[in-house]
Ligand binder design. Structure first.
Ligand SMILES: Nc1ncnc2c1ncn2[C@@H]1O[C@H](COP(=O)(O)OP(=O)(O)OP(=O)(O)O)[C@@H](O)[C@H]1O
Ligand SMILES: [Mg+2]
Length: 488
């Protein structure tokens, strides 16, 4: 059975099922079917005729037609801005269109990789929500006034819309929850499909590149339970907009990632961005001139983003004095050279050497920013030395979750072996498990040993190389602790 036929029959069935024995139900279904056929064929009639027929039939239909229709136009307002609701519906319907509609439109998505399909004009798809059946139809108006003058831009006078049809007895469900659901889902799909960016600051300006880091939580080697807990925490956060609004708190969450170099802190941040589909702002504090500049940078960050300050201990010291002041001054002098001639820099460069970002500036600005800006933001600090940080910076409420990334345990090793060598088990695993209990080695070092060096490389070679390295470290430790070990 063809798709329009099946939709029509669903409509007729829907009418009788919803209101058995009700004459209006039948009439309404028939009128619904006629309207659907009309929607398919009206494009072949002149615009004036269509307009007149629709005007008069509308009045008649409202008497007998038990369905309610809502239209969502693509462009709204005097300045004809593209409607957010329309684009959310378009995204929401894209998956339904690809399974139900017979005529589809295809385009390259914003991430420039995947093909995005949407329903073509005058198509219809059905949807179901909490047991309620409803229909979406796409259509377009061709403006009469513009069609005569828009010779050079034949598409510019087309106004597309989506029309939602549902039985009037479901009014509460549709208006109360369904439409909110569609908006939310549609926006979520948009976020998932959009091209994400990695922003870095040079002085008070953000510049960005496309963010395409392949790290995911699946490939991140760490304790599986802790990993689950972090994923849960992130997903709960990203879905809690309503909760944060209800309790009157800004929608933000702070993470402190700490651990030795090479344990996966930066990798985890990339995985977080990939999981949530957020942009990344990598804030280089040592390149920020003062608190004002810092505030400006943070206010410019967009919603759904992760603001990262790596090695926070190297950027600020406990009194707020810059540890890397000298380096900063050198950097700024260089910038000064580069920007000579750009008059907008002139003002800022005047007091370059006297100003600096302080710890209290950072704290104030974080707290202040969150209450001023809408939308969700994560802030992530990383450090190799958690004990060196000022308690004010890492107190609860500011940094909600402290995550330790540590040396490679056996579970983490197994995941690396799976990722790098595609093996779940091996007779050398037992030896490695024992060695990992005694020897501290970072996931980065393990990964280095497991990295295939030739196309035909045997897993055993790489595992043996890892065992050798572990045994060597063990020997070295023995030598270092020699006197204690040999005393007895
Ligand atoms: N837990 C891990 N799981 C998977 N790969 C890891 C892990 N830790 C490190 N690696 C690998 O080691 C490399 C270095 O890790 P990463 O840059 O994330 O470490 P880091 O903790 O940020 O170190 P630093 O403190 O020096 O910034 C990564 O490119 C990644 O391939
Ligand atoms: Mg790092």
């Amino acid at each position: 059975m063809s798709e329009p036929e099946s939709c029509l029959q669903e409509k007729v069935r829907g009418g009788t099922k919803m209101n058995p024995g009700d004459l209006f139900g039948h009439i309404g279904s028939i009128v619904g079917s006629l309207m659907f056929i009309w929607a398919m064929f009206k494009q072949f009639f002149p615009y004036q005729v269509v307009n007149q027929i629709e005007k008069h039939s509308q009045r008649l239909v409202t008497y007998v037609y038990p369905y309610i229709q809502i239209t969502f136009h693509e462009f709204t307002g005097e300045r004809l801005m593209r409607s957010e609701a329309y684009s959310a519906i378009e995204n929401y319907l894209s998956s339904k269109a690809s399974t139900q509609a017979k005529r589809l439109k295809g385009d390259i998505g914003k991430n420039n990789q995947s093909l995005v399909l949407s329903m073509d004009d005058h198509e219809e798809v059905s949807d179901e929500f909490n047991g309620v059946k409803l229909w979406w139809a796409s259509g377009k108006h061709i403006s009469k006034a513009q069609s005569t003058v828009s010779f050079h831009h034949p598409m510019s006078d087309e106004r597309r819309y989506y029309k939602l049809t549902f039985h009037k007895r479901n009014r509460d469900v549709i208006l109360g929850t369904y439409l909110n659901y569609v908006m939310k889902e549609g926006k979520a799909i948009k976020v998932k499909n959009r091209q994400r960016k990695l922003y870095t600051n040079s002085g008070s300006y953000w510049s960005h590149v496309v963010f395409e880091h392949p790290a995911t939580f699946q490939t991140l080697a760490m304790d599986p339970e802790e990993k689950e807990m972090i994923i849960d925490d992130l997903i709960t956060f990203s879905k809690s907009g309503g909760f944060y609004a209800r309790i009157g708190r800004a929608w933000k969450r702070g993470y402190l990632l700490y651990g030795p170099p090479g344990t996966g802190k930066s990798t985890m941040i990339a995985a977080m961005a990939n999981l949530l589909g957020y942009d990344l702002y990598d804030l280089e504090l040592t390149a920020v001139k003062d608190n004002t500049e810092l505030r400006k940078l943070l206010i410019e960050t967009s919603s759904k983003s992760i603001i990262v300050i790596e090695d926070i201990d190297c950027s600020l010291d406990l009194t707020g004095q810059r540890r890397k002041k000298k380096e900063k001054e050198e950097k700024e002098q260089e910038q000064e050279k580069n920007h000579t001639g750009q008059n907008q820099q002139g003002m800022q460069e005047k007091d370059v050497k006297s100003s600096q970002v302080t710890l209290s500036g950072l704290l104030n600005f974080i707290d202040g920013l969150w209450s001023a800006c809408a939308g969700e933001r994560l802030i992530v600090f990383t450090t190799n030395y958690v004990e060196k940080l000022d308690p004010a910076l890492v107190r609860k409420g500011r940094m909600d979750l402290h995550i330790e990334l540590s040396y490679c345990g056996f579970e983490a090793f197994k995941l690396l072996a799976k990722n790098y060598l595609n093996i779940d088990a091996h007779h050398l695993f037992g030896t490695i498990s024992e060695l990992l209990k005694e020897i501290k080695i970072t996931p980065a070092e393990v990964a280095e040993h497991l990295m295939p060096k030739s196309a035909s490389g045997d897993a055993e070679i790489y595992l043996k190389s890892l065992i050798q390295a572990l045994e060597l470290t063990k020997m070295q430790e023995k030598v270092e602790h020699g006197p204690h070990w040999t005393e007895n």
